[in-house]
Design a protein around this ligand. Structure first.
Ligand SMILES: [Zn+2]
Length: 401
């Protein structure tokens, strides 16, 4: 593909969007936080983030700025990298004890998901797992009880800031559960690309690939949703152009801006559905506590090969949109492998310490994962087990390319 990317002055990469919710986008928008709290009617916000971010000076500065605006802000940072049901419970307790009236969700997918689940749970009487994204469960929610929430992403990957669901680990069942309600969409998003500039290269790669996989799986998912398809294609275009630069030049705010926009687009697009990459990444994340985006990035080419009969024409279309030299299934797969290599992502799951030991269980869990429904090929548990084993050893890719 051509390597030319038009450069745009940063002051032009700004915007106030109202899709899918109110989004203040651009470098410096973080300064709008106190005003945003006031506009959302929040006077005593609970700031939910993870322990790593809580130590950073900019978080202290955010809290100070809020205090100066008479917004009594407290911090809650007991959030694991794969947030758990007990994290959510502890957050609900902190919210109630501090008599808070709204939530500021700050961080990557983990902190944002935990915060969204806390905002949901402060107004419910049923246990969290009753709201698992299955059938009509979401109708059980007392929507009026959901706390107002302002989401501030610090990574460009999950796009959880514009999503209506949260992925929470049920420790007793060792499963990742998707909790869903339309009211879990943030009331407001402050998307400041400068906040993602400190992200280390490896995390930039893993989160960026997560955004790519959201768009790709949405594009390939079954079902008719041309709006999602259009957004997915443009997100993949942006990621192909800017992720390598965000990875190699972390403080390039232009690259960070486009990646942050693309990650939100990926999350909007996957309302259409996801597929086998996510169906496998969810159980693997729950069982091995590995980074979600990294798992997706490793699994992707194996799933593409497996789904090939159903998606070949769709991948050829992406190859054309991305202006790849080789507009074919092989050309696209080769480009994905090269991108992974550029981003220093391992070839197989073995390289990150995952063995085939629990293959049967993983196959079973993947086939039951809600993401499996969008996969363009129907896969049973035994298919998922085989696919997983292939991704552990990296055989298929090794042979073909
Ligand atoms: Zn994902």
């Amino acid at each position: 593909m051509s390597n030319t990317t038009d450069t745009t002055p940063l002051q032009q990469l700004q915007g106030n969007w109202s899709f899918p919710t109110a989004v203040s986008f651009g470098v410096g928008t973080i300064r709008q936080l106190p005003a945003a709290c006031v506009e959302e009617g929040i006077k005593q916000p609970l700031l939910v983030t993870d322990a790593g971010l809580a130590k950073l000076e900019f978080v202290t500065e955010l809290i100070d700025a809020n205090q100066q605006a008479d917004l009594n802000t407290r911090l809650f940072c007991e959030v694991k990298s794969n947030p758990t049901g007990s994290n959510v419970e502890a957050g609900v307790q902190a919210y109630q004890q501090g008599r808070h009236d709204g939530i500021i969700a700050l961080g990557g997918g983990s902190a944002l998901d935990a915060a969204k689940a806390i905002a949901l749970m402060v107004g419910q009487h049923r246990p969290l797992w009753d709201f698992e994204d299955e059938g009509d469960n979401w109708l059980r929610v007392n929507a009026a009880g959901i706390a107002p929430l302002i989401a501030i992403p610090t990574t460009a990957g999950t796009g959880s800031e514009v999503g209506r669901a949260a992925v929470i680990v049920d420790e007793t069942r060792q499963r990742k559960i998707i909790i869903f309600h339309p009211g879990m969409l943030a009331n407001r998003v402050i998307a400041d690309p400068a906040l993602t500039a400190a992200l280390p290269a490896a995390l930039t790669a893993a989160t960026g690939m997560d955004a790519f996989v959201h768009s790709l799986e949405a594009w390939c998912a079954t079902g008719y949703h041309p709006m999602a398809d259009g957004i997915a294609l443009q997100a993949m275009t942006l990621i192909s152009q800017w992720l390598p630069l965000a990875f190699s030049e972390g403080d390039n705010l232009e690259a960070r801006s486009h990646m942050l926009a693309a990650s939100m687009m990926g999350a909007v697009a996957f309302q259409k559905g996801l597929g086998a990459v996510h169906a496998l990444a969810h159980p693997l994340g729950a069982l091995y506590d590995k980074h979600h985006g990294l798992l997706n990035a490793i699994l992707l080419p194996y799933v593409l090969q497996h789904n090939r009969p159903a998606i070949e024409h769709k991948l050829i279309h992406i190859a054309r949109v991305l202006d790849l030299d080789d507009v074919s299934f092989e050309g696209f797969l080769r480009w994905v492998l090269e991108l992974r290599q550029t981003l220093q992502i391992p070839d197989n799951l073995q390289a990150i310490g995952i063995s085939t030991e629990q293959s049967e269980l993983i196959g079973e869990m993947a086939s039951q994962d809600p993401s499996a429904a969008g996969n363009p090929v129907v896969l049973r548990a035994e298919h998922y087990s085989t696919l997983f084993e292939t991704a552990v050893h990296g055989q298929v890719i090794g042979k073909s390319f």
